[in-house]
Write a protein that binds this ligand. Structure first.
Ligand SMILES: NC(=O)c1ccc[n+]([C@@H]2O[C@H](COP(=O)([O-])OP(=O)(O)OC[C@H]3O[C@@H](n4cnc5c(N)ncnc54)[C@H](O)[C@@H]3O)[C@@H](O)[C@H]2O)c1
Length: 270
């Protein structure tokens, strides 16, 4: 609950299945009022009175405005958490795809995040500890073979996250992202890249949902103890890798020379 007695409110896009559904359920269990949106209303949420569901195509600015107006009419006009989760992937050699597929991925994965941040800003400003969590990916560490367009969109999500985290800090809005490697959802159906075969699918949607909720709750926690005070002085993390593999890859990319990172990625994806 917020100080004014309204429930803390979260909007999750792409909540019809996979990571989005798991995230919406996790926030509902934690006591949030949840807006679960997808291209169609989420059938799984229709009988749950903790959840508002409706249609929101993230590439449509008008749909964003309508969904935010509907959800925040129940929360005194504030939005505590925005989870930009909706996404598309194709995992094939680059030349086996098409102009249309490139366009669709950029529309949903990049424009969808930009439009969501822009539309949600006035509502986030009204919350006491607002957080935006963007679904990025380990493919934003180094461009992934057979996932060039997808990697490009997730590098863009990385950039949006870093830029807005700086720009919106004076407004008290934290912008951060999660970076899973392969997660066993419908998104990977029919995908068979060399990288996926080498590294395997080791994460569940619940693993990612737990990190998204933790990031939102971390924004609210007051730092305690020496470690908390040091963390607070350094600023909270912006990107959170999910799982041991993504964490190792992320940390290695922070310290290893670029040529070494390229070499290790070539070995993992061929
Ligand atoms: N599955 C993975 O391996 C993995 C790894 C890293 C990051 N991610 C990211 O996590 C997010 C969720 O992925 P997932 O695995 O749950 O995928 P998923 O395919 O299971 O679910 C994606 C959801 O997004 C919705 N969606 C697609 N286009 C939309 C649009 N225009 N407007 C609104 N909703 C739309 C779909 O209807 C679907 O319900 C994505 O951003 C994805 O890139 C996934």
């Amino acid at each position: 609950m917020t100080a004014s007695g309204t429930p803390r409110t979260v909007l999750v896009t792409g909540a019809g299945r996979g990571i989005g559904e798991a995230t919406a359920r996790r926030f509902a269990d934690a006591g949030y009022l949840v807006g679960a949106y997808d291209l169609e209303p989420c059938a799984w949420a229709e009988s749950d009175d903790r959840i508002v569901t409706g249609a929101l195509d993230v590439t449509d600015p008008g749909a964003w405005e309508a969904a935010l107006a509907e959800l925040t009419s129940r929360s005194g006009g504030a939005l505590d958490v925005l989870v930009n989760n909706a996404g598309l992937l194709y995992g094939t050699p680059f030349m086996d795809a098409s102009f249309e597929k490139d366009s669709a991925l950029v529309d949903v994965n990049v424009k969808g995040v930009l439009y969501g941040c822009r539309a949600a800003f006035p509502f986030l400003r009204k919350a006491s500890t607002p957080t935006v969590v963007n679904l990025c990916s380990a493919s934003a560490i180094y461009g992934q073979a057979e996932m060039a367009t997808y990697s490009a969109t997730k590098f863009a999500v990385r950039g949006i996250t870093e830029a807005l985290d700086l720009e919106w800090a004076p407004h008290g809005i934290r912008v951060c992202s999660v970076w899973p490697l392969y997660v066993g959802t419908g998104m990977l159906e029919g995908v068979d890249t060399a990288g996926m075969r080498t590294m395997g699918v080791r994460l569940t949607e619940g693993d990612v949902a737990g990190e998204v909720l933790d990031l939102a709750e971390q924004t609210r926690r007051r730092p305690t103890g020496m470690v908390g005070r040091i963390r607070s002085a350094l600023g909270r993390e912006v990107h959170r890798p999910v799982g041991a593999q993504a964490t190792a890859m992320y940390l290695a990319s922070q310290v290893a020379p670029g040529r070494l990172v390229k070499l290790s990625n070539r070995r993992l994806t061929s």
